[in-house]
Write a protein that binds this ligand. Structure first.
Ligand code: NAD
Ligand code: MG
Length: 333
């Protein structure tokens, strides 16, 4: 692959979901030659076609490519690699991931003659695209797992630039750091921690006899205001905007809810991510047809919080905006 301008390279983007679509559009607008690789009967084929891309099966797309961006769901990547990528990848090509899971946990063991890199935008695909279109970009983290050509670093950075990341900020990382911190964040704080905190707060109020509608507003709905303040200016901004009473309550009660025991359990969660226990369990669960996953998901969906929320949100006219106007943090990584 010609290592300086990615513009001369042929890029195969496999998958046209949240990240795949955004990367493909941004790469094309940056002058790259892009082919989108998809299953012809898959759900994204028509959309990619309507948006003007050359389409091929993953195997065909890989055959022509100097760089292959693997942007399908993480759990389908090992089979995709074995069946469509490895047998067709040109000698010396580059393989790029947006999440390090499969390489880090040995589910994909890339051929020795290729470069293997990571470029992960720190935002959902919709934002990666909309910021690019405005002439800006979403910061990206990047890493090199395998440098067969001696130019893996340039390939990663050129790709991160072509999707707009360099207009904001590029941070070097490793597959290990990206994978472990990503899993920890979503488990301990973002998806796992935050939803369990909200459910526990709701249950505490309702069990004490308060109305579920009032509890919903207090522990779930208003969380957005607080998270928006965190997002815009950190905890500093939250403290600036809430009352003195709320601040005092934060100082005396926050550390009782999230205490040293919570942190010890967070370290336990991190330990199982680091030693591979979490990955092993998740891969086995996926292979078994997701029985535990489905049970837990159903329990979340059946929680009284969800029934109340549905009724209350039906009266929030401002929520009618199209779903991708507020891009959700969506990903298993
Ligand atoms: P997604 O679920 O939104 O889209 C996946 C795409 O792959 C769809 O177009 C789907 O049709 C296609 N697909 C599924 N199975 C396929 C197969 N067997 N062959 C070919 N195509 C197939 O996925 P996503 O959220 O964009 O995630 C893609 C990668 O990006 C993952 O590695 C993820 O961890 C990473 N990532 C996602 C985000 C995010 O915000 N969504 C952020 C950073 C990194
Ligand atoms: Mg994550």
């Amino acid at each position: 692959m010609n290592h300086s301008p990615l513009g001369n390279a042929r890029v195969a983007v496999l998958g046209y979901g949240s990240q795949g679509r955004a990367h493909a559009l941004n790469l094309r607008d940056s002058g790259c030659h892009v082919v989108v690789g998809l299953r012809p009967d898959g759900p994204s084929w028509q959309r990619a076609k309507a948006e003007g891309f050359a389409l091929a099966t993953p195997a065909e797309a890989v055959r022509e490519a100097d760089l292959v961006a693997v942007l399908t769901p993480d759990m389908v990547q090992p089979v995709l690699y074995r069946e469509a990528i490895e047998p067709n990848l040109k000698p010396g090509a580059a393989l790029l991931f947006a999440h390090g899971f499969n390489v880090h946990y040995g589910q994909i063991r890339p051929r020795a003659d290729i470069d293997v890199v990571l470029v992960a935008p720190k935002g959902p695909g919709a934002l990666v695209r909309s910021e690019y279109a405005r002439g800006r970009g979403v910061p990206c983290i990047w890493a090199v797992h395998q440098d067969a050509s001696g130019h893996a670093r340039e390939h990663a950075c050129a790709y991160a630039s072509a999707i707009g990341g360099a207009r904001a900020m590029l941070i070097q990382t490793t597959f290990k750091e990206e994978t472990e911190t990503d899993l920890f964040g979503e488990q301990a704080v973002l998806c796992g921690g935050a939803s369990a905190l909200v459910q526990a707060g709701f249950e505490t109020l309702v069990e004490a006899g308060y109305q579920p509608e009032i509890a919903y507003y207090e522990v779930l709905h208003e969380l957005k205001l607080i998270v928006d303040l965190f997002y815009e200016g950190g905890i500093t901004r939250m403290l600036e905007f809430v009352s003195e009473t709320a601040q005092y309550g934060d100082f005396v009660s926050g550390p009782r809810v999230i205490d040293a025991g919570t942190k010890a359990r967070m370290r336990e969660v991190l330990g199982e991510i680091q030693d591979g226990t979490f990955a092993r369990n998740w891969i086995a669960e996926y292979a078994a047809g997701l029985p535990h996953y489905r049970r837990c998901k159903q329990a979340d969906l059946d929680h009284p919080l969800e029934q109340v929320g549905k009724r209350l949100r039906a009266r929030m006219a401002w929520l009618d905006a199209p779903a991708d106007a507020t891009p959700a943090l969506k990903k298993a990584g």
